[in-house]
Design a protein. Sequence first.
Length: 449
Amino acid sequence: MTAPVLVWFRDDLRIADHPALHTAAATGAPIIGIYVLDEESAGVRALGGAARWWLHHSLTSLGERLAERGVRLVLRRGPAVRLIRELVTETGARGIHWNRRYGKPERDIDAELKSGLRDEGVDAHSHAGNLLHEPWTVQTGAGTHYSVFTPFWRACQALPAPRLPLPEPPRMTPAAVDIASDALTDWELLPTAPDWAAGLRTAWTPGEPAAVARLHEFLEDDLSDYDRARDEPASGATSMISPRLRWGEISPHTAWHAAVEVGGSARFLAELGWREFAWHTLFHFPALADDNLRPEFDAFPWPPLDPDMLVSWQRGETGIPLVDAGMRELWETGHMHNRVRMVTASFLIKNLLIDWRIGEEWFWDTLVDADAASNPFNWQWVAGSGADAAPYFRVFNPILQAEKFDPHGEYIRRWGGATSREPIVDLRATRQAALNAYEAVKSSQRPAR
DNA sequence: TGAAATGTTGGGGCG
DNA sequence: ACGCCCCAACATTTC
């Protein structure tokens, strides 16, 4: 009997344009798919509630699609290094393939596994599957990484164009090995008591087929007017592919080339670029979710947390219509329009003076698309402590933002943001207080004498 | 991928 | 006809 080859699925829950699966299938060896829910390894961030919901359904979809092609998806829960080594032994696999991850704890796990398995003669291979450009390949003239988006993106475009997406493997050999798998329901990824996921079920269909369908719907219906309409949260003109990219139901290569084929939109492609830039930043600054990227922000004088203020923000009860609408969209659907994310984040940080890390955690728990790079990257961008956040003391006025981008109040009405509640803070006074607090950052920049 | 304050300009009302 | 003032509209600077 031919020894099988394992394909370890992680943030790439798809069959098309999956370099690891494609390479493994091309060997002709029997294929076994693996997914490990790792809640134990050091440094690996526990999934948020909305993420767990998405993962459950996306794994269900992937498992069905693989099964239709004769391939099993084996589920295991525990520390990845130990479990993968056990699976290699149990199956007698002669090789294992995976697509790279770029967070530090995950890279450490993968590096340890790869060298350990290779020492034992197992053919362990990592592939580039989830970014258009590997983070270490984008370098300044001085050989350092980038800290400003525009030159970063220019450098990306000077590199060879992203490769074309790989097709679904034309043929996959089923494995005869019988091997135990956890039952997905035992992982208890779905909320019960209470079941808060009704809005998510209405808003989303996780899984690769729905991801591909939405991408093409977006390209046909929305790309031509994207530059203008993308900023209006009521328009429905954004791609909504962020969770699909987060879970790897489609690859950025697929999105890139599909958009280019229909004439492209520099603006849309640049949005893929911001995703690349976030991962580039995380790769070179692994503490992105914990530490200020700009260390002078360590001097920012956060006042003691007022829990009531935080709860008002989380529940969408601030009395600021656009903020409340956004926070309710988030709670209801696990998603929020990008412009409204900027406004709600700015409000938390600069009008409530609550540390960006606390907002980042809430988004991490409630967004279906939060990943380890984009979520902290964007929070730091709004806070001013992050990459390319100039001017770092920018304060959004949520009333003006609503006038500009939701002029008819359509988005605000849709999400019940138009309450008669009094604002919990005075925008003018709190803005001034935030600017005063930013003075501490400015003075800490000055060299000591 | 800001906002607010400050500066500049030019048209029109009016003595 | 002319100068003066007001102020909206736009541009620039500052936070």
